[in-house]
Design a protein around this ligand. Structure first.
Ligand code: SF4
Ligand code: SF4
Length: 442
């Protein structure tokens, strides 16, 4: 694709990077067929190729982001299905990240939209505030009908009960069982430990059972993905910077073999820290080191090798590969192979490349499109009549779980159960835990 940026624009690293990306697009349109919003809406402007043209036009002209461009980019899920399909290697993720930042810097959204985004960007990355907000939402449910549209939907989505905070949210060390084979840091995260603390607990049990010492590093909370993908670059970078500093203490201290992440949306972002901080003289090196160590928990377990299962589960698992897992991180075999090694019958969800509509804050900001995608995903899942759905991202769990009675369980919880941990809540015929709870050092 030909571009027409001025020399002044190209002197800016973000524009120079975007120009390089734009030049790789050959307009072939292969990406349109696998784009969820194009599949739903059939509008070229809601396809990857259409969005690339709109981004090019917006950036080249250097004008405040036009409202129609904002509309079509807001509808993009950042699912990155287009990157998997593109034969030309167009790095749509970095391009749309730049476009979203440009929109936030140049476009004034209507006040209710601004307030809603401010609310999400303030609350979701802070577990204590998110917990408080969910408790408030539960109490406020009787008054929900007086709230404006999307806020009403959010209050309705608040879970009936909130699990207690987990030990894995606090800095500390979980020693390896038996001989230590590796030492890793676990990303505790922000929204996930509030909604489903059992995921990180299962990860700690699974890893320590396989001889891995797990540390939750001081000062690491949200990875920054949530606000980064809303175009709030400064906020996303602040969270990321804190995480990098926290992990660097461990890397330079006792050392780390990996940084383990149990939410694939976060994993995609942490693996991109090197790019995010490429122009920051102080952070570029540490960010690249952290990115190089970042791994999804299933990558780490695949390297370690799963111990033989201790229970015969006999369950059929529909594996839902989150977009951030399959398109963002290109992780395909490890989760499926681990589940099979754990004794589950694994089946793939038809139209597996299409997003479920969760996509970070997308299901809150674009509820109608998100609902259509969820219903399509649920229909595909239910066509398999599985016993359980397994996935590696809390957003997908919440989104899909809201539309089906089939239990949706994190992959790591199933692997933990199969190798000696408690049976995950939500599965039928709950049995007593096979081993005691977590053990912290000291
Ligand atoms: S990221 Fe997903 S929704 Fe956005 S253009 Fe690409 S395929 Fe379409
Ligand atoms: S498939 Fe790649 S090269 Fe072709 S239009 Fe889409 S982004 Fe451009």
């Amino acid at each position: 694709m030909q571009t027409n940026f001025s020399l002044a624009q190209l002197a800016r690293p973000d524009f120079a990077d975007s120009e390089k990306i734009l030049r790789t697009c050959v307009h072939c349109g292969f990406c349109t067929a696998t784009c969820p919003t194009y599949v739903l809406l059939g509008d070229e402007l809601d396809s990857p190729r259409g969005r690339i043209y709109q981004i090019k036009d917006m950036l080249e002209r250097g004008v405040p982001a036009p409202a129609p461009t904002v509309k079509h980019l807001d509808r993009c899920l950042s699912c990155l299905s287009c990157m998997t399909t593109c034969p030309s290697g167009v790095h749509y993720m970095h391009l749309v990240d730049h476009a979203r930042t440009y929109i936030e810097e140049t476009h004034s959204r209507p006040l209710p939209e601004r307030l809603l985004r401010d609310l999400l960007a303030t609350v979701l990355p802070r577990p204590w505030l998110f917990r408080l907000a969910l408790m408030g939402a539960r109490l406020g449910r009787p008054l929900a009908r007086f709230l404006p549209g999307r806020l009403k939907g959010m209050v309705a989505m608040a879970p009936d009960s909130l699990p207690a905070p987990s030990d894995t949210e606090r800095p500390g060390v979980f020693p390896a069982r038996g001989e230590r084979r590796a030492r890793v840091a676990l990303l505790s995260g922000c929204a996930q430990p509030v909604l489903a603390p059992g995921i990180n607990e299962a990860a700690v049990r699974l890893l320590t059972r396989h001889g891995v010492e797990v540390v939750v590093a001081e000062g690491v909370g949200c990875c920054g993905a949530l606000t980064h993908h809303m175009g709030r670059k400064a906020s996303g970078h602040d969270y990321a910077r804190a995480a990098i500093r926290g992990w660097m203490q461990e890397i330079e201290g006792e050392g780390l073999d990996a940084i383990v992440i149990t939410a694939s949306g976060c994993g995609t972002t942490v693996k991109d820290y090197g790019h995010m901080f490429r122009d920051d003289p102080e952070m570029a090196g540490p960010a690249a080191r952290v990115s190089a160590l970042a791994k999804d928990v299933t990558e780490v377990m695949a390297d370690l090798g799963l111990m033989p299962p201790t229970v015969g589960t006999g369950l059929t698992v529909a594996y839902h590969s989150a977009c951030s897992m399959q398109h963002g991180q290109r992780i395909h075999a490890p989760p499926r192979q681990l589940l099979a090694a754990a004794g589950f019958r694994v089946v793939d969800v038809p139209e597996g490349h299409l997003c479920c509509g969760s996509a970070g804050t997308y299901n809150l900001l674009q509820p109608e499109l998100a609902r259509q995608l969820r219903d399509r995903k649920v229909a595909n899942i239910e066509s398999l009549a599985p016993d359980v759905v397994a996935t590696g991202n809390i957003g997908c769990m919440t989104q899909i779980g809201g539309g089906t009675a089939v239990p949706v369980i994190h992959t790591v919880e199933l692997l933990d159960w199969a190798t000696g941990g408690p049976r995950p809540a939500g599965l039928p015929d709950a049995a007593a835990p096979a081993e005691p709870g977590l053990q912290r050092a000291g």
